[in-house]
Design a protein around this ligand. Structure first.
Ligand code: COA
Length: 260
């Protein structure tokens, strides 16, 4: 599939999506959001893709936010629809994918950019990264899950301060508060993402998908995550991966998971 604003590359079981509007600091316009939806769907449905990495092109930005030029004249209804549609087709969609998604934050991750990174299952960053939710400086609030995911990741007080001040965190601050898991040099960022991906790929992709669901249910209103864990734990016992994993352990060999 060919895209206007993103690049998709698959190699050795890793799908890398690069948002490619560097002149606009990779801002998320409508076309880009739809293309990201399509690319995530294609990679998630491809059984040979075991991990997805999302990053931005150029040295300056991961994503500098939703494209402000597209919504500056929106009405109340259009504003709500923008947030609803975006959450549905991209942000919640990514968070709930069964394939692990790593955000490699290579520069500014602001507004929708940080929201996209937070929708990924975890984040790593280059030491040039700067992260924030500056929406209140535009007279609006984060609309792609930022008011929910930032407090989950860094705690309510810190999230309130970052949102209210429209401030930016550098990579070290983000590391210290758990917003990102690792910080590295810009030229080593993708290699680090791939190194982590290759560790993930040694394990059962089926079990990982169940683990993602169980962890996510901890944060889903009205759902008892412990119950989900019990159910998903049980389901694993019926999978070929479970048979292979336990047999390989008992036979003192490396597991070769069929991914079923
Ligand atoms: N939406 C639309 N265009 C954006 C954008 C966004 N969120 N962020 C950056 N751009 C565009 C700029 O308009 C500029 O385009 P132009 O060259 O056609 O004028 C280009 O990207 C480069 O940005 P510029 O502002 O010149 O770079 P800078 O280095 O001076 O500043 C930022 C970088 C990230 C601090 C600044 O671009 C910024 O504040 N962006 C908006 C961040 C934001 O509020 N995001 C939340 C949106 S809800």
């Amino acid at each position: 599939m060919s895209y206007e604003n993103i690049l998709v590359h698959t190699e050795n079981g890793i799908g890398t999506i690069t948002i490619n509007r560097p002149k606009k600091l990779n801002a998320l316009n409508k076309v880009t959001i739809q293309e990201l939806h399509n690319a995530f769907t294609t990679l998630n449905n491809d059984p040979s893709t075991k991990v997805i990495i999302i990053t931005g092109s150029g040295e300056k930005a991961f994503v500098a936010g939703a494209d402000i030029s597209e919504f500056a004249n929106f009405s109340v209804e259009q504003g709500a629809e923008l947030a609803r549609n975006g959450q549905e087709i991209l942000f919640d969609y990514v968070a709930n994918l069964s394939t692990p998604v790593i955000a490699a934050v290579n520069g500014f991750a602001l507004g929708g950019g940080l929201e996209l990174a937070m929708a990924a299952h975890f984040r790593i960053a280059s030491h040039t990264a700067k992260m924030g939710l500056p929406e209140v400086s535009l007279g609006v609030i984060p609309g792609y899950g930022g008011t929910q995911r930032l407090p989950q990741l860094i705690g309510k007080g810190k999230a309130m301060e970052l949102i209210m001040t429209a401030g930016m965190m550098d990579a070290q601050e983000a590391l210290a508060c758990g917003l990102v898991n690792h910080v590295t040099a810009p030229e080593e960022l993708l290699d680090l993402a791939k190194k982590i991906a290759s560790k993930i790929m040694r394990n059962s992709s089926v079990a990982i998908a169940h683990a993602i669901k169980a962890v996510n249910d901890n944060y889903t209103d009205g759902v008892n995550g412990y119950e989900t864990e019990i159910t998903q734990f049980g389901v694993c016992f019926g999978t070929e991966d479970f048979k292979e994993g336990t047999t390989a352990f008992l036979e003192k060999r490396k597991a070769n998971f069929p991914g079923k």
